[in-house]
Design a protein around this ligand. Structure first.
Ligand code: 5GP
Length: 205
């Protein structure tokens, strides 16, 4: 029987490197990334349906009205939300679904999927975060300032998560997440059916 995949929520301040870690993780075929909808403008190189589903405010509101989103939140003046359809189907097919979302959305996911794994990615220092936000050159100074302020607020929420990963090395951070997922799959509460099947064995004698 196909075992259900896990739902893995990855949050952390903007610039902590979540996106790069996720890119590393999805090289492994068992992982699937949930593609969010957003009202943010695409950055250079970002593609529709690959990085996000880019929406106007009106189209995003329609998605909310039609209950197409599992969760949504406002982040630095833009809306972001997780489409419902993809997640259930993917976990049923045994895929481990990654939701790379901010903290308000993660709290909503906890209500719907308390069994999900919640991982918080942080930078080694605030200076690292600042350097990354400036270095990637994707936002204006004003937006960087907002994101840094928001980062400080988000850091207080680390206790809401099951695991914290300090991102001082992408490969190591991704490796830790793979190990967490592996350990979560070996939890005793996941073995009821397996043990029952063993015990149902009638014997060949
Ligand atoms: P960015 O604009 O840098 O791509 O994303 C800004 C923030 O929005 C990041 O913290 C990212 O994790 C978060 N985010 C991306 N997609 C979603 C989503 O579907 N829901 C929520 N709540 N946050 C999201």
């Amino acid at each position: 029987m196909q075992k259900e995949g896990l739902k893995i929520v990855i949050s952390g301040p903007s610039g902590a490197g979540k996106g790069t870690i996720v890119k590393e993780l999805i090289k492994n075929e068992t992982f699937r990334l949930s593609i969010s909808a957003t009202t943010r403008m695409p950055r250079q190189g970002e593609e529709e349906g690959v990085h996000y589903f880019f929406k106007t405010k009106k189209a995003f509101s329609k998605m909310i009205e039609e209950e197409q989103l599992l969760e949504y939140a406002m982040f630095c003046d833009n809306y972001y939300g997780t489409p419902k359809c993809f997640i259930e189907e993917s976990v049923k097919n045994g895929k481990d679904v990654i939701l790379e979302i901010e903290v308000q959305g993660a709290a909503q996911i906890k209500e719907v999927y308390p069994e999900a794994i919640f991982i918080f990615v942080i930078p080694p220092t605030l200076r690292d975060l600042e350097n990354r936000l400036i270095g990637r050159n994707t936002e204006t100074d004003e937006v960087i300032k907002k994101r840094l302020q928001r980062a400080k607020e988000e850091l207080y929420l680390y206790k809401e998560y099951d695991y914290v990963i300090i991102n001082d090395n992408i490969e190591r951070a991704a490796d830790y997440i793979e190990k967490i997922v592996c350990a979560e799959k070996l939890r005793s509460n996941k073995f009821k059916q397996h043990i029952e099947a063993i015990l149902n064995y009638q014997g060949g004698f």
